[in-house]
Design a protein around this ligand. Structure first.
Ligand SMILES: O=P(O)(O)OC[C@H]1O[C@H](OP(=O)(O)OP(=O)(O)O)[C@H](O)[C@@H]1O
Ligand code: HPA
Length: 174
């Protein structure tokens, strides 16, 4: 078995797009602070790059969730493995994801976060794979819409590997 990775989105293209997203978010929240919620582990690389490109005051928190459950419900189910350290009530929250695939993780997570009464609750994803969507998720900021291929790099893993690739690539298992 010889695994290989074909580049889909080169590093420069990803970084350029992240800079644009940072500008967009900064404009939308002009003058107001934003609280970024990084969904571990995949979103770490994207969150750090994006945070550097936001010009309004930024605070950050981290959350680990795992999705589980059968496909019979539209939102699936989500288990919080590590919760946020801080309360989000009254804050301008932007949830940062590396990828929205079936949408089950985020559909459920956004419902949980909404109940905590943030002032605003937005969703930002580096990658969106709409062909596989099962649960309806409204995405506010999207880096790239990609076809239905298994991608790695820029935080995304296959069996915990490849997260550190500086680009997004398609994994070929050989
Ligand atoms: O739209 P969905 O089909 O629900 O898939 C998207 C979710 O899957 C990945 O996380 P994963 O559970 O693999 O954890 P990781 O970030 O630690 O790799 C990704 O980071 C999203 O959270
Ligand atoms: O394409 C993917 N790659 C890695 N992790 C993922 N989680 C959902 N979709 C993907």
């Amino acid at each position: 078995m010889s695994e290989s990775v074909r580049v889909m989105l080169p590093e420069e293209k990803v970084n350029q797009r992240i800079a644009e997203l940072g500008e967009e978010i900064s404009k939308e929240f002009a003058g107001e602070p934003v609280h970024l919620i990084c969904i571990l582990k995949g979103s770490v690389f994207f969150t750090c790059e994006l945070a550097k490109r936001i010009t309004v005051p930024v605070t950050m928190d981290f959350m680990t969730v795992s999705s589980y459950g059968s496909g019979t419900t539209s939102s699936g189910n989500v288990k919080i493995k590590k919760d946020l350290d801080e309360d989000i009530a009254g804050k301008n929250v932007v949830v940062i994801e590396d990828i929205i695939d079936t949408g089950r993780t985020l559909a459920c997570l956004l419902e949980i976060l909404k109940e905590r009464n943030p002032k605003k609750l937005k969703l930002c994803t580096l990658l969106d794979k709409p062909d596989r969507r099962i649960a309806d998720v409204s995405v506010d900021y999207t880096g790239f819409v990609i076809p239905d291929e298994f991608v790695v790099g820029y935080g995304l893993d296959y069996d915990q590997r490849y997260r550190n690739l500086p680009y997004v690539g398609v994994l070929d298992l050989g």
